[in-house]
Design a protein. Structure first.
Length: 440
């Protein structure tokens, strides 16, 4: 068990003032599991105004006084300190309408979501664990504190949090907890899209996301109902061994866990396939045009989930291009020019992950994609002209050639394309001469 890092002076100050104080929640869970700890939450029997008085010499932010929470900055690190409390009803499926402060730590732990998160630890490493959280951690079980239906009715986001924890930790979800997740998944419709998006992204990046995405696909469908036609949709293709949804899920696991952009893109990349399906005379399935349609659908879904514009644009661009064939170096240069080095390499990794969800013979193609990455990096290192800023001519040169207005940009684009295709050298004289001929 790791010691919870930081916060010792916070607990010590509260204890010296005559109050009880504990680490609580995820930091305790991760300490018990020996995992890295990122956020340190503290609970105390001190009332908010008493906490603020104890830390009068620090920067204190009244984060949520109504719910008993203040944030104290110590050494530049924010520590959220919440008074022991009992929650009232949750009419907005997010926060309790009211809270009652209590002197009993067990009452406070009883309001929390899962047993593994309902453990308190004091400054000496002693734990308060009234719901068997340590045993559930040891057994790899996610279990609601008390009645699962009550916990999920209070805050439906907990349904998605349970799935996310299962994806990250590889824990099994206890039977009654899982049953309540399935039966109450419709309550996710009441949760803000921003909160749903954050949990969904974390779920996608979990080490054990494949099992969760397959086992809890009805919950995924509450977030992205457009994915439902992919469930069980057979592809009738010699390239494929999975139905569309299972293929999607297996491509996600082929992407490194820390690559959120690519994992998210893989989730959406074939969502348009069922609508584009055709069967030829030999019984072979085809999905012509599914990539741009999937990008269009992904854009609509991501806007609904309140992703930022740049993330949407970058994700959907990769999706729209994932079926592009690279038959020669000119095509490679053009894609590299459009995407830039980083996203060209992302697209090749995208294609490799896509192949990992197909029949094994397709994997041989991944060697080719690796060679494309090396070629692209070589072109960039050598300074090959791939953008207007690298052209040996500029807008002023076009004006000298008698080209004005919108035509300047059009001609520069034509010249760049000629250089990329190898039809013209990136030479000022050669380019201006060609531009002059275009004018005539």
């Amino acid at each position: 068990m790791n010691k919870v890092p930081g916060g010792e002076e916070i607990l010590a100050a509260l204890e010296q003032a005559g109050f009880r104080a504990y680490y609580v929640g995820g930091c305790v869970r991760d300490s018990i599991m020996g995992r890295a700890i990122h956020d340190t939450d503290i609970t105390t029997d001190a009332l908010p105004e008493q906490t603020m008085a104890v830390f009068s010499g620090h920067t204190v932010i009244p984060t949520g006084l109504k719910h008993g929470t203040v944030t104290v900055l110590s050494g530049g690190i924010p520590y959220e300190i919440t008074t022991f409390r009992i929650d009232g009803s949750y009419t907005d499926s997010r926060r309790p309408d009211s809270v009652d402060f209590t002197r009993n730590i067990e009452d406070d732990l009883a309001r929390r979501d899962f047993t593994m998160n309902a453990i308190a630890m004091d400054s000496r490493g002693n734990t308060v664990d009234p719901f068997g959280g340590r045993a559930d951690i040891a057994d790899g079980i996610i279990r609601c504190v008390g009645d699962p239906e009550q916990r999920f009715t209070e805050d439906a986001l907990r349904i998605l949090r349970a799935a996310r924890f299962a994806s990250q930790l590889g824990f099994a979800i206890e039977t009654d907890t899982a049953a309540a997740m399935h039966s109450l998944s419709g309550r996710l419709d009441n949760i803000s899209r921003e909160r749903v998006r954050e949990e969904f992204d974390k779920l996608l990046c979990g080490r054990f996301s494949t099992k969760v995405l397959l086992e809890y696909r009805d919950i995924i469908a509450r977030i992205v109902p457009e994915i439902v036609p992919c469930f069980g949709f057979e592809q009738h293709s010699h390239y494929h061994k999975y139905d569309v949804y299972s293929h999607i899920v297996h491509t996600i696991e082929a992407v490194p866990e820390d690559d959120l952009l690519l994992r998210r893109a893989m989730f959406f990349h074939d969502i348009g396939k069922p609508r584009m399906f055709t069967l030829d005379e030999n019984g072979e399935g085809h999905f012509k045009g599914h990539a741009p349609l999937s990008a269009e659908m992904a854009e609509s879904i991501m806007k609904r989930l309140c992703y930022d514009k740049h993330t949407i644009w970058r994700t959907c661009r990769l999706i729209s291009l994932h079926s592009e064939k690279i038959r020669d170096e000119i095509k490679l240069r053009k894609l590299l020019s459009v995407l830039g080095e980083e996203d060209f390499c992302k697209l090749m990794e995208f294609k490799k992950a896509d192949n990992c969800g197909k029949n094994d013979f397709v994997l041989a193609e991944n060697i080719q994609f690796d060679s494309y990455i090396e070629k692209a990096r070589s072109l960039v290192r050598e300074g090959f002209c791939l953008s207007l800023s690298q052209l040996a001519v500029s807008g002023n040169d076009m004006l000298t050639c008698g080209i004005t207005g919108k035509r300047v940009g059009e001609v520069l684009g034509i010249l760049l394309n000629k250089v990329i295709e190898g039809e013209l050298p990136n030479d000022r004289q050669a380019l201006t001469e060609y531009a002059g001929r275009l004018v005539k």
